[in-house]
Design a protein around this ligand. Structure first.
Ligand code: NDP
Length: 244
């Protein structure tokens, strides 16, 4: 029986790459998505080409009941969840002076409360199984802060606190909880930046380039593997040396 991995926000960018990487490792994939798009079925077939199963589960992670619902669907199909990757995330960048309360709340609701909503619904199954791996996608700005991102940085710093606290709660049950803090990764999220800005950012990164989704997916692969069986409560930066 294959291990089962749930990835939230798996339709594109980093989440999509994580799903494909874990499928290649032989995990059955439960792929959470919020918005239907034409590439979803194509992604499902790509995953299934790896001789694993793929279940698409719709749901907005910021809605607790929807998370409850899609976790039930996964349990009905596979009977267990071995790996949870809380990846779904959004930005609504602007300086605090201009930020609307809704912009602050929405980013917290998706990034931080969403991580709670999904984890809360999954953890009881992992506790019963006395086994599990959880990887929460934070960001380097959750460590360093970033002008124009008070909402996003607060949500990502919150994820780090959440990760460490939960790691302490469930370590004795053989559930390992870690966080990844990516730097600038080439996805739709960073595509909005102007080319000059991206070049400027790259200049300030010791490795002189933005990251690729596979740079993050490779670390997820490690964190859910037997090779990381004595690592919990950590924040692993994947940022080309940007923040040291
Ligand atoms: P993208 O914008 O490319 O993808 C985000 C994914 O999350 C999409 O599939 C999106 O689905 C989904 N999503 C958004 N809101 C929700 C929701 N409420 N419920 C379910 N799914 C949702 O972003 P990235 O791939 O770049 O980012 C992935 C994660 O990595 C995020 O948590 C992000 O904060 C983090 N990160 C990214 C960095 C980067 O440089 N790219 C740097 C540091 C961290 P939909 O199509 O419905 O919007």
């Amino acid at each position: 029986m294959n291990q089962v991995a749930l990835i939230t926000g798996g339709t594109r960018g980093i989440g999509r790459e994580i799903a494909l990487t874990l499928a290649k490792q032989g995990y059955d994939i439960a792929l959470n998505y919020r918005t239907e798009n034409e590439e979803l079925e194509e992604l499902k077939s790509m995953i299934e080409k790896e001789q694993v199963e793929c279940l698409l589960v719709k749901g907005d992670v910021s809605h607790f009941e929807e998370c409850e619902q899609f976790v039930k669907q996964i349990i009905e199909k596979f009977g267990k969840i071995d790996v949870l990757v809380n990846n779904a995330g959004i930005t609504k960048d602007t300086l605090l002076a201009r930020m609307k309360k809704e912009d602050f709340e929405q980013v917290l609701e998706v990034n931080l409360v969403g991580t709670f909503n999904v984890t809360k619904n999954v953890i009881s199954y992992m506790m019963k199984a006395r086994k599990g791996r959880i990887v929460n996608i934070s960001s380097v700005v959750g460590i360093s802060g970033n002008a124009g991102q008070t909402n996003y940085a607060a949500s990502k710093a919150g994820i780090i606190g959440f990760t460490k606290s939960l790691a302490k709660e469930v370590a004795s049950r053989n559930i390992l909880v870690n966080s990844i803090a990516p730097g600038f990764i080439k996805t739709n999220m960073t595509e909005v930046l102007k080319e000059e800005i991206k070049q400027e950012i790259a200049k300030n990164i010791p490795m002189q380039r933005l990251g690729e989704p596979k740079d993050v997916a490779g670390v997820v692969k490690f964190l859910v593997s037997e090779d990381s069986s004595y690592i919990t409560g950590q924040v692993i930066q994947v940022d080309g040396g940007m923040l040291m």
